[in-house]
Design a protein around this ligand. Structure first.
Ligand code: VG1
Ligand code: CO
Length: 555
């Protein structure tokens, strides 16, 4: 086939953030913009001879970009693409596919939990051979190349039929290019069946018909996975799932599983008294777990899964658990489990890419982020359906001996480990300038130590720093990962700027307070942390810098 060089010009700002390049669809639609980024990525990883997986959450503009990747990949001597049917494959399923098929890497076309549609967001993320998001060394290289673009290569091949499963080879001799369209669900289901005790969960459901389950796909990519697993494999009724058809604009909603954006689930779970409610995000890597009488904070969720996994989940019974890891702003609930069980534990910067090396080195098996991300070393992405199945497996296991639900499991957990109250306040679409100024000032304070010993709302500051991470495996250093304000009593504030937004800045303020006083375990989180939030607003001078009185979202 013919390969044609196309002259192009540089675009500013093609710097992948916490999780890939995310911009408005209209930005990606600019002439050569998307082509540049694809070419830069292929150059950065030296993709000649590669087999690549293409996944995506089904959002608007995804199919067009699959066609562009195919043409540019063919022109750059990529040998094979493995593509989810109709361009759809969840982030965790794509991670699994890369590993299972021993591909060299893959593109995932998603902006995750950001809204979709012609006026909203699109995203491109590159994952490496271990199935995980490209580390900073790679994303920095991609960015550097985008600043020096002169041309990209494109092959003159027909559009790929994304709807039909099967393999097609184009070209002859040394110049062949093969495209395989695969069922995006099948291999993922096989993996889940290897990890969890499906028979035990199924038996639990059939013996406890009164145990009511509701899953909300938020019109994202997990719909087909959820229907197959919860209904077909585990025998739940059809009405146990809602919003399970992937839509290019997610039905106009924000596909983010939290108390704000999954309110329809939260209301139904509380009003109709579901024992188990769950949701996942646009690309299927996040999860929320909630019951009629209890909301499981994500920082607690990973801790509870870790505490129970070795006993209840076949995969961990077999492989054992060596270490746990969490992102820095995530509460220390997981550390307490590691301490008590004598496991390694790690604190990494925000973003799943930082867990990959630890998992590859066998140092971490279960990890999580406060942002509704939970996962394990079965793949190299966080995994929404996995987390939901982990909870169901633990519940089924515990119920062999006693009738026990989500709330009982969490209260038992607190009585063993104590409770880390945790909440995150997001201030979205703040002007970048004022957000940066606010953080710069905090960095100064962290450096000069002038706030140490000062008291705000009764909390005395013990330490302030700007988190820097040195990867224990490859020694790479990531600086400026967030301001940490540690108080004498163990409470903590973290302030950082989001790296996934597509316009303006989002300030994230995370607060945490620990108690081992059993009379407080069922206290309301917002009441418990109220004065620390006040202290955080005072210390950061958030109102003065941004003019904001209230956060946009509280999780
Ligand atoms: C956010 C979360 C982070 C998560 C990232 C990607 O990043 O805080 O924990 O890993 O989103 O999640 P930031 O930089 O905006 O805080 V996903 O499901 O959007 O790929
Ligand atoms: Co996501």
């Amino acid at each position: 086939f013919d390969i044609k060089p196309v002259k192009t010009k540089n675009y500013e700002g093609q710097k992948p953030g916490t999780s890939g390049l995310r911009k408005k669809v209209t930005v990606f639609q600019q002439e050569h913009y998307t082509e540049n980024f694809i070419q830069a990525t292929l150059d950065a990883v030296n993709a000649s001879g590669f087999t690549l997986v293409i996944g995506g959450d089904g959002r608007y503009y995804g199919k067009e970009v699959v066609q562009l990747i195919a043409k540019i990949a063919a022109a750059n001597d990529v040998k094979k693409l493995i593509i989810g049917q109709n361009g759809i494959m969840s982030t965790p399923a794509a991670s699994n596919m890369i590993r299972k098929r021993k591909a060299n890497g893959g593109f995932i076309l998603t902006a995750s939990h950001n809204p979709g549609g012609p006026k909203n967001d699109f995203g491109i993320k590159y994952n490496i051979q271990n199935g995980g998001p490209a580390p900073e060394a790679v994303t920095n290289k991609i960015y550097e190349i985008t600043t020096k673009m002169t041309r990209y290569l494109i092959a003159d091949i027909p559009d790929i039929d994304l709807s039909t499963i099967g393999t097609t080879t184009i070209g002859e001799g040394d110049e062949t290019f093969t495209v395989e369209i695969v069922d995006p669900v099948e291999d993922y289901v096989i993996l889940m069946k290897e990890i969890f005790d499906f028979d035990m969960i199924k038996t639990f459901f059939s013996k406890n018909k009164d145990f009511k389950v509701l899953f909300n796909g938020l019109n994202g990519v997990t719909g087909p996975y959820a229907k197959r697993i919860f209904i077909k494999e585990l025998g739940l009724s059809e009405d146990s799932v809602m919003n399970c058809v992937p839509l290019p604009d997610f039905g106009g909603r924000h596909p983010d599983p939290n108390l704000t954006y999954a309110k329809d689930l939260v209301d139904r779970v509380r009003n109709e008294k579901f024992d188990f409610g769950a949701a996942s995000d646009g690309d299927g890597d996040r999860n929320m777990i909630i019951a009629k009488d209890f909301f499981v904070n994500p920082s607690d969720s990973v801790a509870a899964i870790a505490a129970n996994a070795g006993e209840a989940i076949p995969y961990f019974k077999k492989h054992g658990v060596t270490g746990l890891a969490r992102s820095m702003p995530t509460s220390a609930a997981l550390d307490r489990v590691a301490d008590k069980q004598g496991l390694l534990h790690f604190e990494v910067p925000t973003g799943w890419k930082f867990f990959g090396n630890l998992m590859d080195a066998g140092k971490c098996n279960i990890c999580g982020e406060e942002s509704f991300g939970t996962g394990s070393d079965h793949i190299r992405e966080k995994d929404g359906i996995w987390a939901i199945l982990a909870w169901l497996n633990i519940i089924a296991f515990r119920n062999q001996k006693e009738k026990i639900g989500i709330k009982d499991i969490m209260l038992k957990h607190y009585s063993t480990y104590g409770r880390n109250f945790f909440s995150r306040y997001d201030y979205e679409e703040v002007s970048s300038d004022s957000a940066n100024k606010m953080v710069d000032r905090l960095r100064e304070i962290a450096k000069d130590g002038s706030f140490v010993g000062k008291t705000f709302e009764g909390y005395e500051i013990e330490k302030i720093d700007d988190f820097e991470y040195k990867d224990p495996i490859d020694g790479s250093v990531s600086s400026h990962q967030g301001i940490r304000i540690q108080f004498k009593d163990g409470s903590r504030i973290v302030i950082r700027l989001s790296g996934t937004g597509s316009s303006g800045a989002t300030i994230r303020m995370y607060v945490e307070k620990y108690t081992n006083d059993a009379s407080q375990f069922e206290a309301d989180t917002q009441t418990t942390i109220k004065s620390i939030i006040k202290a955080a607003v005072e210390i950061s001078q958030l109102k003065e810098f941004t003019g904001r009185e209230e956060p946009t979202v509280i999780t």
